[in-house]
Each structure stands twice: as C-alpha cells, then as structure tokens.
Design a binder for this molecule. Structure first.
Ligand code: COA
Length: 396
C-alpha cells in the first residue's frame, strides 16, 4: 500500500442554499479545494461522490456533478453510508490511491435537503434505519432513535437534560465564529432547555438541522505529493465497522459498538495508544447529530471512561485549551449536517486546523500534529474513524 495524503479541501456555506443547483454547489467546494491543491483538473484520475439523495431529483449524481465540475476522470462512482457517506468516500478514495490505481482522487459530498418539506426529510432519513420494520411499525424517526439512547444513558448515569444541553452550548459557541456555519448564534443552557421537544428528552437545540451543503477533499499519492510539493496532511489510520440494522438486536443503548470497533482499528493503524488517545491528538471532529451522540462519542473513542463523557464538556475539556477540543467548526449541531457532505467537511476542517489555516478564534494550537474524525451513519449502522497526521506514519 502506498502512503496517501490530503492536498486540498473545502466546504461551502452550509444552510439553505436555494441560490444554487447541485452542480453549482459542488463547484463552490471543488473550486476552493483545487485552488488550494494548486493542481490542474486533468490530474484527477477518479471521482467518488457521496450523496444519500432521495430528496434530490438526480439519480445519477456522480456523472451530473462530474460534468458540472468540468473534470474528466477515468471513472466515477456514488457511495452511500447514510450520515457517514462522506467518510466512506474518503476511505474509497484513499484505497484507490493506496493500491496504486490512481494518483489523485476527488472525494466530494453533496446534499440538497432543504428543497423537501421537513416531514418528507424526516421520513426519508428514517430510511437510514431499519425503515420497514422500525419506522412503519413503531414510527421511529431519527430524533426518536437517539432519544432511546439518551433515555438509557440518562437513566444509567444520572445525567440530566441540562447536561446534554452543554454540548449544544459549546457547538453553537464555536459555530458563531465559523462563517460557513448554518447557525451562528451563541446559546445558553436555558435557551436549549426552553426549546420545544422533538423526541423526549431531545429538544430542538439537541438536534442537528436539515442542511444543504457540499464539501471536497483531494487525495493524492506520496509520489504525486513529493513532485508537486503539496501542503499535506497524511491519512495515517482509517477504521470502519457496521452495526446491526435492527436496533432490537443491540445489547447496549449507552454507546455505539461500531464506533468503538472503528476507533480501535484506526488507533492500531495510526499507531495511537488506545488507552490515552485524547492526549495524542490536537483536536477531533465527532458526529454530534444529537447532543447525546457527542457524549457517547467521547466514550466510544476512549476520550472518557464509560459514564464520564458528560464531565468532559461540563468541565470544558472539549473546548480549546482543554484535554481535546471537539467540533471547533460548530459540529453538525451548528455548522449543519448535509448528510452526504458531512464526512468530507470534517476532514476539510481537520486538514486546515493541522496546517494552521483556520482564521481567528477557531484555530487551535497544533502540538502533536494529529487529528481525528468520527463519522457515524444511521444509529451506528456505519462508523468511520479517520486519523490525519502531519508526519508520515501508520498503515491506514
Ligand atoms: N437547532 C436549532 N434551531 C433549529 C434547528 C436545530 N436543529 N432546526 C431548525 N431550527 C430553527 C430554524 O432556524 C427556525 O428558526 P426561525 O423560526 O427563527 O427561523 C425554526 O427552528 C424552525 O425551522 P424549521 O426549518 O421549520 O425546522 P423544523 O421544525 O422543520 O425542523 C427538526 C426541526 C429538529 C425536526 C429538524 O431540524 C430535524 O429533523 N433535525 C434532525 C435531522 C436528522 O435527523 N439528521 C440525521 C441525523 S443522524
């Protein structure tokens, strides 16, 4: 396997993007990424598009987007792993380059969700679970799925709704500094607590929103990187796992088994000590589709012991300057969650953070040269953990 690095990345303004069509939105992310990589379009050998679709009228988005970007790759494909689609695109792009089949691959994620009414979107997202069984028979929506986890977690570890709101407060705080975030308002625990219930105990401010957006990551081989002297963050470890389709087959509702397995794989590949991963990373992006999901992520990733995740955010250990800053872009909660693009947007954020290119308040100190993205599809139906590093190393 060849070493593989990221040479350019970007994401668009997230939110309601009625001003652009799918091709134009993709172009916004792509044009910034290729400018940053300082390469010609012709260098792109292969194109991987992540997109859950369904609400979009395009059923062959890879070729439509490819044509809109004016690229002419030897091949293209659309991938889908629910909300982890973006990380699955990065993984596929990585593997194609690592195996020597291509030198440069574009992984681009896109979703235009806001053209459909909320109830259509909620129903469609429900299909990312075991739709026919759980949604049709029991009416379980995505906020409902994560509410099951929240109630189990709150009951087992004596956690209150106010505690979960602390995650939303942090992510809205950092979102306020991100000009590309869907929400830029700072909030308080009181504001979160007084927002309406979506699925008890989760309220509006515990939920990520419905979002339009695109994100692009350019991935290249070591030889190409050397020749072009590209500014690089290396992909040093990717872990991936799948969980049960049917939630009734799960033993535990206080963590995501697939995420734990993906993390251990990624740590082994990147050469990180699984006993103390947080102390070896400068920052992390975690999948906070709901506030409870961020708390479980801290534990599944080994940043905190079981039942102690909530302490990390309450003690500001996941703010800048703490043990491990998490979601300095505002996370899914405030930056937004355009399903197919979320994974690439996490990787783009980490790439810029590692290279010290994030403007203003959000840039964190880079001392260890490593960062991690945790991206979950469904309710742990898919999980991807990707470790980036400034030094070459690992066996991704
Ligand atoms: N957090 C904070 N504010 C939100 C919000 C969120 N998640 N979602 C919407 N809002 C705000 C809007 O900005 C708007 O404010 P305004 O009235 O001041 O303009 C207001 O709430 C209503 O917005 P609207 O777009 O009509 O929201 P909605 O009621 O149609 O949808 C949810 C709200 C929570 C149902 C929807 O965002 C949702 O389903 N989120 C979960 C998405 C999901 O499951 N993703 C997959 C996760 S794995």
């Amino acid at each position: 396997m060849r070493r593989v690095g990221i040479i350019g990345a970007s994401y668009t303004k997230f939110g309601e993007r009625f001003d652009v069509n799918m091709q134009e939105l993709a172009w916004e992310a792509f044009s910034d990424a290729i400018k940053e990589a300082n390469i010609e379009k012709d260098a792109i050998d292969y194109f991987v598009l992540s997109n859950m679709g369904g609400w979009s009228s395009e059923s062959l988005p890879a070729v439509i987007v490819s044509e809109g970007l004016g690229i002419n790759p030897k091949g293209s494909v659309r991938v889908e792993a629910a909300c982890a689609s973006g990380s699955s695109a990065v993984k596929l792009a990585h593997d194609i380059v690592a195996s020597g089949q291509a030198n440069v691959v574009l992984a681009l994620g896109i979703e235009k969700m806001r053209e459909s009414p909320t109830k259509t979107v909620v129903e469609y997202i429900g299909r990312a679970g075991n739709f026919m069984w759980e949604f049709e028979n029991f009416g379980l929506t995505f906020p409902g799925y994560y509410a099951l986890y929240a109630t189990a977690y709150m009951s087992k570890y004596s956690v209150k709704e106010e505690d979960l709101c602390e995650v939303a407060v942090k992510n809205h705080y950092y979102g306020s500094f991100n000009e590309k975030a869907q929400f830029r308002n700072k909030i308080t625990v009181e504001k979160c607590m007084s927002s309406p219930y979506v699925a008890w105990p989760l309220k509006l401010y515990d939920c990520s929103p419905i979002t339009d957006g695109a994100a692009a990551v350019l991935i290249a081989s070591e030889d190409f990187i050397k020749e072009h002297k590209s500014e690089t963050a290396w992909i040093s470890g990717i872990g991936y796992a799948t969980g049960t389709a049917n939630l009734s087959k799960r033993d535990d509702f206080t963590g995501l088994e697939a995420a734990k397995r993906a993390a251990l794989q990624a740590y082994a590949r990147a050469g990180l000590d699984p006993e103390k991963p947080a102390s070896q990373l400068d920052l992390a992006e975690v999948h906070d589709c709901f506030t409870i999901a961020e708390v479980m992520a801290y534990e599944d990733l080994g940043f905190a012991k079981k039942g102690e995740g909530i302490k990390l955010v309450k003690e500001k250990q996941t703010y800048k300057g703490g043990l491990i800053p998490v979601n300095l872009d505002g996370g899914l909660k405030a930056k937004g969650h355009p399903i197919g693009a979320t994974g690439e947007s996490m990787i783009a954020e980490l790439y810029h953070q590692l290279l010290g290119k994030v403007k203003g308040e959000r840039q964190t100190d880079i001392k260890k040269g490593r960062a991690l993205a945790h991206n979950v599809g469904g309710t742990g139906h898919y999980a991807y953990v990707t470790v980036l590093s400034l030094e070459k190393g690992g066996v991704a």
